[in-house]
Design a protein around this ligand. Structure first.
Ligand code: NDP
Ligand code: BG6
Length: 522
């Protein structure tokens, strides 16, 4: 575990935010508070790109302004384009949510930035980058973080060149990689092997940004911090678990990139499987990164590969009545190859063959161009046995809504208020917006990048997790591609193909359609 200090010139509002964000996080706090004099250098490879401008630079700015970074942290952008710091700043400012009273701090932030132009393949360019880092104050002694915000085609070259030319001399070096971590078991193993020859596992941070979301991190506490859930979290009581990701927009001209992966690689194999393993894992021996990741891997090891008969794939078509982009189907996107069978929607049923979960279907569902933006875990419980209310009782559901508007709610039966004893559907509702009004909820990338500074690997994907996740998905992906299986069409803005609802029903999920929610007045 590394240690470092925070900017001590922080103003009191910054201190307040920092205190709130770090409340209870003793390891982070100690780490942040204890080391003052070692500079840190954060290198953004692909500084000219989309991820850098939309996520990485804004995240670095938020961490900087909240006083969460070590006092001497320098940021070095690196890309092939002939850019300047000003150009990087111009591209990313619109995503940085700058407030009027933050202008001086903002200038301070950009003063800590520099930019180096170079190729991803030439060793001499990386030697040049290393010289640039060394010229920063105490740069030769600095801890170094390398963020690969790059297409996978250059992962190998860049990681090799970093290892050869840019590693810290005195300080530690950590490398952060973004998905995709390969396309299937073979390519992923190849990449893992490549990285493992260059870096130790504790130097590699594989980002799955869903692991940085508040409600995904909350799963551990909900499950293991509440006695009332532990007996219920079991095949004796749970009918099925539905894990959903929905987006209300299509590929919007970026279909060329998406077509290479499809929704299964883009969302299901990583984000949804990570959530599933946190929902299904046994209680870890401790909250240490290794103990937790050991339990997550065990879940994956107990899952047989996906069968095509338990999967529905879909592709959206345009809605002639829709507005703007909604008129276009996936195949109307000019960047998508003609006749592509790449799925933009998938629903898959998997099983975890453990004593706790055997026989319980885990239904994962994800798609683009659907009716709403939503990510959630829905645990549907079994019917009440020995019903005395003439079949009026609907199944209980515990819903953990990851986004938007984080919430945990439990759908349950109560007596309808009044002069009767009729059961009625209602809920126990923990809406974060109401319960934690005014509390700053950090962005997923903020938490994860801060973790890398601290050397905390809990919310990052370990290589064996990756291997197991690919083992589960690879046969299906190969079958879909080799046999060019045609996805079921669904209309832009709908809930996805009917076949997905049929699949969920076949595995025991019941949608009664009778639950009505009235949003409380805040
Ligand atoms: P619903 O009874 O509407 O159940 C929705 C579930 O049923 C989802 O899994 C959904 O899948 C599925 N579903 C919806 N339509 C169909 C269909 N025609 N056939 C098969 N399955 C279907 O209850 P919710 O739990 O979603 O609650 C209703 C609303 O109330 C939601 O918008 C929810 O966010 C809100 N609410 C908010 C709370 C809060 O903010 N604290 C608390 C309680 C409720 P799919 O996702 O694929 O559409
Ligand atoms: C990314 C996917 O990993 O997650 C995108 O590649 C998707 O296709 C995105 O849009 C969703 O992230 P979030 O945080 O907006 O839910």
């Amino acid at each position: 575990m590394s240690n470092y200090n925070v900017q001590t010139n922080a103003v009191s509002s910054v201190q307040k935010t920092k205190d709130q964000l770090l409340k209870g996080v003793s390891i982070l706090k100690e780490t942040l508070d204890s080391q003052d004099d070692v500079p840190h250098v954060f290198v953004v490879f692909g500084a000219s790109g989309d991820l850098a401008k939309k996520k990485i630079y804004p995240t670095l700015w938020w961490l900087f302004k909240d006083g969460l970074l070590p006092r001497q942290t320098y940021f070095v952008g690196y890309a092939r384009s002939d850019l300047t710091v000003q150009a990087v700043r111009d591209k990313s400012t619109q995503y940085m949510k700058l407030q009027d009273d933050e202008k001086d701090k903002f200038e301070e932030f950009w003063k800590m930035n520099s930019y180096v132009k170079g190729s991803y393949t030439e060793r001499t360019d990386f030697e040049h980058l290393n010289q640039e880092i060394n010229t920063l104050p105490k740069g030769d002694l600095a801890h170094r973080l390398f963020y690969l915000a790059l297409p996978p085609t250059v992962f190998k070259d860049v990681s090799s060149n970093v290892r050869l030319c840019c590693m810290g001399h005195e300080g530690w070096s950590r490398i952060i990689v973004e998905k995709p971590f390969g396309r299937d078991s073979e390519s992923s193993a190849d990449l893992s092997q490549h990285l493992s020859k260059l870096f130790r596992e504790d130097q590699i941070y594989r980002i799955d940004h869903y692991l940085g979301k508040e409600m995904v991190q909350n799963l551990m506490v909900l499950r293991f911090g509440n006695k009332m859930f532990s007996p219920l979290w079991h095949r004796d009581h749970v009918q099925c678990v539905v894990i959903t990701f929905k987006e209300p927009f299509g590929t919007m001209g970026r279909g060329g990139y998406f077509d290479e992966s499809g929704i299964i690689r883009d969302v299901m194999q990583n984000h949804l499987m990570q959530i599933l393993s946190l929902v299904a894992m046994e209680k870890p021996a401790s909250t240490s990164a290794e103990d937790i990741r050991d339990e997550k891997v065990k879940v994956l090891k107990c899952m047989p590969p996906l069968e095509l008969e338990n999967v529905v794939v879909g592709q959206y078509t345009g809605d002639p009545q829709g507005e703007g982009d909604a008129k276009n189907g996936y195949l109307d996107d000019k960047t998508v190859p003609k006749g592509s069978v790449t799925p933009t929607f998938a629903s898959a049923v998997v099983f975890v063959k453990t004593e706790r979960w055997d026989g319980v279907p885990f239904i994962m569902k994800c798609g683009k161009a659907l009716n709403e933006r939503k990510a959630e875990v829905r645990i549907q419980f079994k019917d009440v046995p020995g019903d005395i209310f003439g079949g009026q009782c609907k199944r209980n559901e515990l819903v953990i809504r990851v986004q938007p508007q984080e919430a945990v709610y439990c759908k349950m039966m109560v007596k309808a208020p009044g002069m009767n004893i009729n059961p009625e559907e209602s809920e126990l509702d923990l809406s974060y917006g109401a319960r934690y009004k005014g509390v700053k909820m950090p962005d997923a990338y903020e938490r994860l990048i801060l973790d890398v500074f601290c050397g905390a690997q809990l919310h990052f994907v370990r290589s064996d997790e990756l291997r197991e996740a690919w083992r589960i998905f690879t046969p299906l992906l190969h079958k879909l591609e080799n046999e060019k299986i045609k996805p079921a069409p669904y209309k832009y803005g709908s809930r996805g193909p009917q076949e997905a609802d049929d699949l969920a029903r076949k595995f025991g999920f019941i949608f009664s359609g009778t639950y009505k929610w009235t949003k409380p007045q805040l």
